[in-house]
Design a protein around this ligand. Structure first.
Ligand code: ADP
Length: 475
């Protein structure tokens, strides 16, 4: 089976978020499922550097106002358009964070070229199916629907918050027939909606966890798209992301003080001492909680601020690594100043420290208000760093709560809490402190988590099964 993936980011070439990790991991994982995946990317400078010397297989003399070429490299097709994709600044906006004024043209170009490839160009690629990722690729489903290509499409939502909305006056620029602009087309609340169009025309829709797939059908989570998502509920699937189990392997990790495994948990103690040193924490009996996160409202970090005095009063300690909202950063630093030796805070992004925290802390806190999938709780499970997480999205799908039955059966892997507010957060922290005091139960929880499988193989098998069922439905 041949699949054309279309995305704006792909690890390790270009990345601003989790989308890039998924797009980067799927080709190898799907190969093992008998799927040949070729990924179409915009020719950002970093992408062009990576495919230097690649052959042009197609030319577009006038693609949204400028000449463009399609370059072919190993597993990649790159849309080279200097006018659209080569510029200083971010992928989607300038250095100040203002969206590029021509984002409609930029990603309509990507989508229309995807639809063109889908017609089966001999030199480029002949896909059986196209797999679109997020709003930047979503409009391809509309170009396919109103064009000559006859292949099914799948759209994956990585983040419903980014929808690709534009003014209705720009609709004629897309080159789609007028009939495409309507409630059953690309029209979205009086404007143009790229993600909305994809959700309307794709043969199937996926998002990155089963619980999030349910949640986004609710107005509280649906961000304006819940109505359409409900209409298409029969074609909406949740497929959990995997993690890179080579990069995140406590038995081989070079970034941590002592390597360990489920059978050799005692070696973890050295990593705990390293965390104490790095975050200037006093040694103690109570658990060290850690946080590795963007410091934002979505992540529930404002609630954590309100629970910190209580956390310390319970005998817990906190090592926090993150950056984000200035107000939350300031409040975390203030808490560290109030509780020297009990709370340590590092503002910034640091890959090595993130590994060291997972390897040495007792528990990782993820009190998100929403979480499509989430990665840090899966890293925590793999490193014996017990996740204490809100029951939402992918967090709910990856952690088994330590209720009495689960503890007795030896299957608990972490702690879940409902109703994300300061009070429920304090309650779950107390529950974690109490459980941690029972060393045998805690160790059993660590081991159960370390046995769980979050490799990409499982996700890839589900994507491959979906590809097959979508193709079968087309006959
Ligand atoms: P989101 O994509 O919403 O930020 P995820 O949990 O899906 O949340 O992914 C976050 C990723 O970024 C994880 O790999 C996490 O380890 C990493 N990360 C977040 N903040 C930091 C930080 N301050 N330093 C190092 N890594 C971080």
């Amino acid at each position: 089976m041949r699949v054309l993936a279309v995305a704006s980011e792909m690890h390790p070439l270009v990345k601003t978020g989790g989308l890039a990790d998924v797009v980067g991991a799927l080709p190898a994982a799907l190969k093992a499922q008998g799927v040949e995946l070729v990924t179409l990317l915009p020719g950002y400078p970093a992408v062009l550097r990576a495919v230097a010397g690649a052959k042009a297989v197609k030319r577009y003399p006038d693609l949204f106002g400028a000449p463009a070429r399609l370059l072919k490299a190993e597993g990649l097709l790159v849309l080279e358009s200097h006018a659209l994709f080569v510029r200083d600044g971010g992928l989607y906006g300038d250095a100040t964070g203002t969206d590029w004024p021509d984002n409609l043209q930029r990603f309509a170009a990507l989508a229309s070229v995807a639809a063109d490839i889908a017609t089966g160009d001999r030199k480029a690629f002949r896909p059986d199916l196209v797999h679109l990722h997020d709003w930047q690729a979503a409009l391809a489903a509309a170009y396919i629907r109103f064009g000559p290509a006859d292949v099914p499409s799948i759209l994956t939502i990585h983040n419903l918050a980014f929808q690709g909305r534009f003014d209705a006056a720009q609709f004629p620029l897309l080159g789609l027939p007028q009939e495409a602009f309507g409630i059953d087309g690309v029209e979205y609340y009086g404007g143009v909606g790229f993600l909305k169009a994809g959700l309307r025309f794709a043969d199937a829709i996926t998002t990155v966890s089963p619980t999030y797939a349910q949640e986004i059908r609710d107005p509280a989570f649906g961000m304006g798209l819940d109505g359409l998502l409900n209409e298409r509920a029969g074609q909406l699937h949740g497929i959990l992301n995997g993690i890179d189990t080579d990069e995140w392997n406590p038995a081989t990790d070079r970034l941590i003080a002592a390597r360990f495994s489920a059978g050799k948990l005692a070696a973890r103690a050295r990593n705990k001492r390293a965390v104490e040193q790095l975050f200037a924490l006093q040694p103690g009996e109570g658990p060290i909680f850690c946080v590795v996160s963007r410091l934002t409202w979505q992540k529930g970090m404002d609630l954590l601020v309100d629970a910190l005095d209580a956390l310390v009063a319970m005998g817990g300690r906190l090592a926090l690594l993150g950056s984000g909202d200035r107000a939350i950063e300031g409040a975390m630093l203030a808490a560290a100043a109030r509780h020297p030796g009990r709370i340590g805070v590092r503002i910034g992004y640091d890959e090595a420290v993130s590994h060291q925290l997972q390897a040495g802390a007792d528990a990782i806190l993820v009190p998100s208000r929403t979480e499509p999938c989430g990665l840090t709780q899966m890293y925590g499970l793999r490193y014996g760093c017990v996740p204490v997480v809100a029951r939402t999205g992918g967090l709910a799908d990856t952690v088994i709560d330590a209720n009495e039955a689960a503890v007795a059966a030896g299957v608990a892997t972490g702690l879940l809490f409902d109703l994300v507010n300061a009070q429920s957060l304090r309650a779950v922290l107390q529950r974690a402190v109490d459980l941690h005091a029972d060393a045998d139960s805690w160790r059993a929880m660590q081991r159960a988590g370390m046995r769980a499988d979050f490799s990409w193989g499982r996700s890839a098998a589900r994507y491959a099964a979906l590809y097959r069922s979508v193709l079968a439905a087309r006959g």
